[in-house]
Design a protein around this ligand. Structure first.
Ligand code: ADP
Ligand code: MG
Length: 216
């Protein structure tokens, strides 16, 4: 049976409601959950191993800095055609281009700040699952679906700000109606309303988000 890696990215962690809803819709596909845990991989693991295929691309530094900013929820899922099913549900890479009913279209923050990572082909899935097995501690017989359900239950009714608000700021910044500083200040205020993360961690995200918006 096909296996794949799914990660809640830092915006999906901090924006509690959106992250929980994304995980819930993945579970509703009826996939098996073979692993679920919140952990913080080393920056080098993300930069040199997980994202090795993107090294040198214009978005690579921003992506690695962003992914290293917070802990991540790590999921290994399996099932028939799981990669295709999850990727269809996820929608296109850029939030504004993703189907509005897809996870990234609906809950993704803006542009490439798209809430969830998921293996994007069968080859990648195989490589990523093998890779992440090096750093996770898989306990035989543990009910990981139960762990994931408990996480969802904790956060699915958290206060939420509609992604539309982030996308308005994104547009205003791209069209130079507001400055980078103004955008970061507003994004920080919005994130703070959606989260129970410490200020120190939340504060890392706005500059990384505006940088992603301005990548093009
Ligand atoms: P996906 O996550 O849909 O498989 P890729 O593997 O192509 O997309 O890229 C990895 C991640 O890099 C994306 O999820 C996104 O966060 C970021 N990214 C990719 N392309 C861009 C871009 N043009 N602008 C900003 N960020 C991008
Ligand atoms: Mg990819």
């Amino acid at each position: 049976m096909e296996e794949m890696l799914i990660l809640l990215k830092p915006d999906g962690m901090v924006r509690r409601y959106s992250g929980a809803r994304a995980l819930k819709s993945i579970l509703e596909l009826g996939v098996n959950i073979n692993f679920f845990e919140v952990l913080k991989p080393k920056r080098e693991f993300l930069a040199d191993r997980h994202y090795a295929e993107h090294k040198g691309k214009f978005f690579y530094d921003n992506l690695v800095n962003f992914m290293s900013a917070t802990e991540l929820a790590v999921v290994i899922a399996s099932g028939d055609n799981v990669v295709e099913k999850v990727r269809t549900l996820l929608g296109k890479t850029m939030c504004e281009k993703a189907d509005p009913l897809s996870i990234r279209g609906r809950y993704g923050t803006t542009k490439g700040v798209n809430l969830v990572h998921a293996s994007d082909s069968n080859e990648t899935a195989e490589r990523e699952v093998k890779l992440w097995m090096e750093i996770i501690n898989l306990e035989e017989g543990k009910d990981y679906k139960k762990e994931m359900l408990a996480y969802i239950k904790t956060y699915e009714n958290f206060p939420m700000i509609d992604s539309v608000r982030y996308r308005e700021i994104s547009r205003d910044l791209s069209d130079k109606r507001i400055s980078k500083e103004e955008a970061e200040k507003t994004i920080n205020e919005l994130l703070t309303k959606e989260t129970d993360f410490e200020e120190e961690i939340v504060n890392k995200l706005p500059a990384l988000i505006t940088e992603n918006i301005l990548l093009g």
